[in-house]
Design a protein around this ligand. Structure first.
Ligand code: NI
Length: 255
């Protein structure tokens, strides 16, 4: 790798898997060629934690919001609290928000309600959004078409047709460790077809480590394996992939 830098558009360094080595891991990022990280909240307390990390590390930025798995019948939408948190200069997005029907669909209506409320809030605050969509492609696409936000479909797992629609709306596709997995044929086709100018790189750390670290704790430095794979798929250099995708993150999140 040459002089191109990694910008991780999606990580969770608040996760308890980093409790023993969070500061050590983050302090090493600049020497690992990582120039930026967006840490995504999943509820109010992790959003506050993200802002804390962003205050401590100049290269960390924060996204704030309610993840669909944090939403049930008892979850209260604290709009004023989010507005207050968004006032911090290092808050660059509302996220991660969206729909997750993988585990169960008991709180589907609540998830949809929170997703829409947060898309409205993002519009009010003029912030981009970071969207989580797991096994909820139809509803996600329908709602996104309705609100037309600026933003990214993180860890994209939809079809090529859905990717085309997302790109047509000016949004981005988030690509991480999954693209390095042997069974990622569908994602490989998507990466091959869509322009690099529409792709953001991400870890979702501590989850989804790329090969050769699949199953281990992920961190932003491992994005180089994702960039190498995308370079191979698109017949580009790793540096080209890193420099364009880093520029994409800075453009979308106004960094
Ligand atoms: Ni995430």
């Amino acid at each position: 790798m040459g002089n191109a830098y990694i910008f991780d558009s999606h990580a969770h360094y608040d996760d308890k898997r980093f409790d023993d080595n969070r500061d050590e891991t983050l302090a090493k990022m600049p020497e690992n060629n990582v120039c930026g990280i967006i840490n995504c909240g999943t509820d109010i307390s992790t959003s506050e934690f993200s802002i804390g990390l962003a205050q401590k590390y100049p290269f960390v930025f924060a996204a704030i919001g309610y993840h669909p798995e944090s939403v049930d019948d008892n979850t209260v939408f604290e709009k004023e609290k989010l507005i207050e948190l968004a006032d911090n200069k290092k808050v660059v997005a509302i996220g991660e928000i969206g729909l997750d029907y993988y585990w169960d669909t008991t709180f589907k209506a609540n998830q949809i309600d929170f997703f829409k409320k947060q898309l409205e809030l993002a519009r009010e605050l003029n912030l981009p959004v970071i969207i989580h969509d797991r096994d909820a492609h139809g509803d996600t696409l329908e709602i996104v078409k309705q609100y037309k936000p600026k933003g990214v479909l993180h860890c994209f797992s939809g079809s090529i047709e859905m990717a085309r629609e997302i790109i047509k709306m000016g949004m981005y596709i988030g690509v991480g460790g999954v693209v390095t997995f042997k069974n990622s044929k569908k994602l490989t086709e998507i990466v091959k077809e869509i322009p690099l100018e529409r792709i953001l790189l991400e870890t979702d750390a501590p989850y989804l480590s790329p090969e050769p670290y699949r199953g281990k704790t992920n961190n932003s430095a491992y994005i180089k394996f994702v960039a190498e794979k995308i370079a191979e798929i698109k017949n580009l250099t790793t540096d080209e992939v890193l420099s364009v995708t880093t520029k994409n993150v800075k453009t979308l999140f106004n960094i």
